[in-house]
Design a protein around this ligand. Structure first.
Ligand code: PMP
Ligand code: GLN
Length: 382
């Protein structure tokens, strides 16, 4: 493996999911749901295969899906994107992030990202020969807030882009309007591009609402907004994501994307288009279910003796096992599958600093019976 990729030799998800399989553990590590998405969407993919949509789709994505992506953003956020020039379908959000970074960031320039960060950000920035610059979330009550002083210090002449993720994996933090306004102000003042990872845009709890950074004054023309069908419609295996933004930035991402994968899964695209147009109720009900599961798992973890952080969205809750006598999150996650038959991931896998090494992430996107059995096992720790 080339030197710049050596720190990323194996993803934490591969390691922990393999351990979970070896020990027959309940996998609350890797974030994927264990129930299927809307039945009409599943049937539409099967129909597309039966109807012969089995060859390369158009490079930017099938028109039907690009139109549906554009309509959803107009409906939900009042954002206007031309489906022909301002929307690009990708192989999941993962390829969208890679296309944006590889197409827009010159080697040696900096990409500012929130720490902890989703693991592919660091690896993708390394692939581009660019430099990762992290800005931490800091504890705030039982949740987290962005360290805005650190953000002001991080963005400057060397910054090519800021990569913003809200709702945030792994903490479940939803950035506030004040935080987003300050990010916007700094991007404009420093003439920097924003790449926003909004894959959990619909998985948000309580009375909070998702506000895309692209909707802030002066940001639409400098933001590449990324989302994905994976978490919205319970189809992490379909790998259909997308980018929306100004035509020149989308074209740059497309320039890189066309040599990464060329195109994305043909028969899945019309099915996701249908879901974006017709399944808003399913999506809202799914978010309410996840919120209840989050409340239940957080209570279980507290009962079991963990410190537990607040989660405002996503699939994830952060827990602190130190009250149980475990001080190293990685060691804890490596032993847990064998010890009690449950898997979690260490937050240290998403950071450069050691400040997070004690914390572990549990996913609650599982059926109630599975969570109940995990709860029984977790309580044996205390
Ligand atoms: N960004 C974040 C924050 C994620 O949690 C994930 C995992 N769903 C991705 C990107 C990758 O999304 P996809 O599976 O669509 O590639
Ligand atoms: N996004 C999911 C997570 O954070 C899955 C990631 C993966 O398997 N690469 O758990």
């Amino acid at each position: 493996l080339v030197r710049r990729m050596q720190p990323f030799a194996s993803t934490i998800f591969a390691e922990i999911s393999a351990l979970a399989t070896t020990h027959g553990a309940i996998n609350l590590g890797q974030g994927f749901p264990d129930t299927d998405g809307p039945p009409a969407m599943l049937a539409a993919a099967q129909q597309a295969i039966a109807d012969g949509h089995n060859q390369y789709p158009p490079g930017p994505g099938v028109p039907e899906l690009r139109h549906a992506i554009s309509e959803q953003q107009s409906r939900d956020y009042g954002l206007d994107y031309d489906p022909d020039t301002q929307v690009l379908v990708t192989v999941g959000a993962t390829e969208a992030i890679a296309g944006a970074v590889l197409g827009l960031v010159e080697p040696g320039r900096e990409v500012v990202m929130i720490e902890p960060y989703y693991d592919s950000y660091a690896a993708t920035v390394a692939l581009a020969g660019a430099i990762r610059r992290t800005v931490p979330l800091v504890p705030d009550g039982d949740g987290f807030r962005l360290d805005l002083d650190a953000l002001r210090a991080a963005i400057g002449p060397d910054t090519a882009a800021v990569l913003i993720n809200t709702p945030h994996n792994p903490t479940g933090t939803v950035l506030t309007d004040d935080e987003l306004s300050e990010i916007a102000r700094l991007c404009i003042a420093n003439d920097v591009i924003a790449i926003t990872d909004e894959v959990y845009e619909h998985l948000i709890f309580g009375d909070l609402a998702h506000h895309p950074l692209a909707g802030f004054d002066g940001m639409a023309e400098r933001t590449l907004r990324i989302s994905s069908a994976a978490k919205t419609f319970n189809v992490t295996g379909w790998k259909i994501g997308w980018i929306s933004g100004p035509a020149d930035l989308v074209a740059a991402a497309r320039g890189a994307k066309q040599y990464l994968s060329f195109v994305a899964g043909g028969p899945f695209q019309p099915a996701v288009a249908l879901a974006l147009r017709t399944e808003a109720e399913w999506v809202a009900a799914n978010a309410r279910e996840l919120e209840r599961k989050q409340t239940d798992l957080s209570a279980t973890l507290r009962d079991a003796g963990f410190g537990v952080h607040r989660t405002d969205g996503t699939y994830f809750v952060l827990a602190d096992p130190r009250p149980l006598g475990y001080h190293d999150g990685l060691a804890f996650c490596r032993s847990l599958p064998e010890q009690i038959g449950v898997a979690a991931v260490p937050v240290g896998a998403f950071t450069v600093s050691n400040d997070w090494d004690h914390l572990v992430r549990f996913a609650f996107c599982k059926e109630d019976a599975v969570l109940a059995e995990a709860a029984r096992r977790l309580r044996t720790l205390g």
